[in-house]
Design a protein around this ligand. Structure first.
Ligand code: GLA
Length: 686
């Protein structure tokens, strides 16, 4: 074969990603950046000498998918132990195939019957490249996979880079940080079974000169809802790369002869238009390609959790539902407390049928009332959990994650079911399917309220450390099967707030409960961080009683209107003025939600946010004075995202100007501390 022909170019609307086999047989990344005029303009994969006797050529190359073997000492994507104890992979090009937007490169080990396919898919409109790998064991002996990442991404050489990432904790998620990457490895990860509140499987990288609106940004995310790892490495040769995939911490997978393993997908993209455009590319991709119900803006929901906690029954819920309906709410969600023997967080999880004391005739009478009031009905479940005080646990104590010699550590009085067990999957599918069949349920909030402990099981089919992956596969199977059987149901992913927000779960859930923290000021920061990766349609945001009497109701509504609006306060305690004002904002939101949920988002100064419809004819601007660090009572923002030649009017400004003019001017909003305003933007019809 002619090596120089083994070269591939994936072009998207504005970017290009190029790689090929160099003369020494390495699969090398040769370019990732702005799209050029001609395919011949891209650099070919080069050769490199090593560095003395201490660094082999592999250490100074940008290998697409480096594996542990030979003289390679940086972060590899794949590490395998063969049955004979050899821990060394030598993968060489075997064949490739491609279609319009996909390329697959097959590599084979030079001795062992191991085959790897590195897959690439270009998502043209979104400037995104999707990558995943498959490993095949074609021998008879099992091998152990000790690490299998989805991809390694390389940034142009010899620059100092900055990594933006999201971190936090329960009730305090999605803090955005940006830090210089220096020599060594910076690791972000989850060891908690879910993607977690603590770090989010997402990144942006820039050379220190990017802003919201300008500059080169490389960005990416992993579509995986379990333990994950991101390793950002700067080598001693000033090469910067990011690897992403399933976490190799406490991980091993026994791949028997004849079996294969498929990694989750990693996505990454490039823009020369700053962090804002990087977010918008991801937003559009998630909205248009990932979530199940793309073109449907979400209904405004009321959730009764904060009003009634576990004390739910037909009467209490009907009273709340009546008020919610009169305000214009469209979906009434019954949260925790409705199922068998669930009177506190001490008992009940696992027994997913209506509690006969609270709902003697099942959920139907309440659902009928809710439907008669003109609203859809939604329900909370936490399928992966079980309380020791439940019928399920009493019948199947071995269904939980545990080590037989250790006492299970409880958190919120609950244990985690082993989702890897087919019998657990069957039980959950059957119970939830029945609920959905027997009741007119339009929405499910799927919760997951603790992190892992004692990640063991009695009879693992392979290596016990496979649990991290098999759990997520089981979760996806249950959720996928239920989605298939009930395609119209809208699902929300909640894990004590934003503990499971990732591109994996967003293939099943249409939205995320972003945080249990519903204080408007905290939410502004949380929502800002969330918006780096995820679109407004996926961001469920409630107005609750958290700031009642402290912040104006309008401010609290404006914050929640930046996402998918919900109400979560105790409506029985709201006075008439509050209910009237809430009714006004709900109706205003209905007129704006297509722009907010289906449009493009622009982050402006001081958490102010602008949304533009996809055709750029209509927009809406939210401006906040959130106190610190604003010293004066005027907030200055500069609009973005208008079409330069189109003439627009902006509500509250007695002017008609071109988009270009509006965007070049600083708009001043006189707002006292904790005041906010909404302004509509419309194309001027001649
Ligand atoms: C979690 C959720 C809350 C609520 C409770 C119910 O904390 O994040 O919104 O559903 O569980 O127990």
């Amino acid at each position: 074969m002619e090596i120089s022909k083994l070269y591939w170019v994936l072009e998207t609307c504005n970017s290009a990603y190029c790689f090929g086999i160099n003369d020494d047989g390495y699969l090398i990344n040769s370019y990732w950046g702005k799209r050029k005029n001609n395919k011949t303009d891209y650099p070919l994969p080069g050769q490199k000498e090593g560095w003395a006797s201490f660094d082999s050529p592999a250490n100074v190359l940008q290998e697409e998918y480096p594996v542990y073997g030979g003289g390679f000492h940086h972060e590899p994507c794949l590490k395998i132990t063969f049955a004979d104890g050899v821990r060394d992979l030598v993968l060489r090009y075997d064949t490739d195939w491609s279609s319009k937007n996909e390329i697959a490169i097959q590599l084979r080990d030079s001795y062992y019957p191991i085959r790897l396919i590195s897959h690439y898919r270009a998502h043209y409109d979104y400037d995104l490249i999707e990558r995943w790998v498959e490993v095949f064991n074609e021998g008879n002996e099992p091998i152990t996979i000790e690490r299998i990442f989805s991809a390694q991404w390389h940034f142009p050489e010899q620059q100092q880079y900055f990594l933006s990432h999201l971190s936090g904790k329960w009730s305090d998620e999605f803090h955005l940080s940006r830090e210089a990457l220096t020599s060594g490895v910076k690791v972000l990860e989850s060891r908690r079974l879910t993607s977690s509140h603590h770090h989010n499987p997402w990144f942006m990288v820039d050379a220190g000169n990017a802003t919201e609106t300008h500059g080169e940004v490389w960005f990416g995310a992993l579509a995986w809802s379990g333990n994950w790892k991101l390793a950002a490495e700067v080598t001693n040769f000033d090469m910067t790369r990011i690897s992403m995939g399933i976490n190799d911490w406490d991980f091993a997978w026994r791949l028997n002869g004849g079996e294969n393993f498929v990694s989750p997908s990693a996505f990454a993209g490039y823009t020369e238009n700053g962090f804002g455009q990087a977010s918008r590319s991801l937003h559009s991709f998630i909205r248009e390609q990932l979530i199940p119900h793309e073109s449907k803006p979400h209904k405004i929901l009321y959730n009764s959790w904060e009003a009634t906690l576990f004390d739910v029954d037909e009467i209490s819920q009907t009273r709340l539902a009546e008020i919610a309906a009169s305000m214009g709410v469209e979906l009434f969600v019954l949260d925790d407390g409705w199922f068998y023997n669930r009177n506190s967080d001490q008992s009940g999880l696992g027994d997913w049928w209506p509690d006969p004391v609270k709902f003697p005739h099942g959920l139907q009478p309440l659902i009928q009332k809710v439907n008669q009031l003109g609203m859809d009905f939604g329900l909370w479940i936490e399928p992966e959990m079980v309380n020791p005080d439940s019928d399920l646990y009493r019948s199947h104590p071995n269904w939980i994650l545990h080590f037989p010699t250790r006492k299970p550590t409880l958190a919120r009085n609950q244990c985690i079911l082993n989702m890897a067990l087919p019998e657990v999957q069957t039980y959950l599918i059957e119970k939830i399917d029945r609920l959905l069949k027997e009741n007119n349920i339009a929405f499910i909030k799927w919760d997951m309220n603790r992190n892992v402990s004692e990640p063991g099981w009695l009879h693992p089919p392979g290596d016990p450390k496979e649990i991290w992956v098999r759990y997520v596969q089981g979760l996806y199977r249950v959720w996928g099967e239920l989605r298939l059987r009930h395609p119209d149901v809208i699902w929300q992913s909640c894990s004590g707030g934003g503990g499971r927000a990732d591109l994996g779960i967003l293939s099943f859930a249409d939205q995320i409960w972003v945080s249990d923290n519903t204080q408007a000021l905290a939410r502004l920061q949380i929502q800002h961080g969330f918006s780096m990766a995820y679109p407004a349609i996926t961001m469920e945001a409630w107005v609750t009683d958290a700031d009642r009497g402290k912040l104006p109701l309008s401010f609290r509504f404006h914050v929640s209107m930046c996402g998918s609006l919900g109400i979560g306060g105790n409506l029985l305690q709201w006075c008439e003025d509050e209910l009237d004002e809430a009714t006004y904002w709900i109706s205003r939101y209905k007129g704006l939600r297509e722009i907010i949920q289906l449009g493009e988002q622009y982050r402006l100064e001081y958490y102010s946010t602008q949304y533009m419809s996809k055709d750029y004819q209509h927009g809406v601007l939210f401006v906040f004075n959130a106190g610190e660090p604003v010293q004066t009572n005027s907030i200055k923002v500069r609009l973005q995202g208008l079409q330069p030649d189109v003439i627009y009017e902006v509500e509250g400004f007695n002017q008609i100007k071109s988009g270009q003019d509006w965007m070049s001017e600083v708009l001043v909003f006189p707002l006292a501390e904790f005041e906010s305003t909404i302004r509509e933007i419309h194309k001027k019809i001649e």
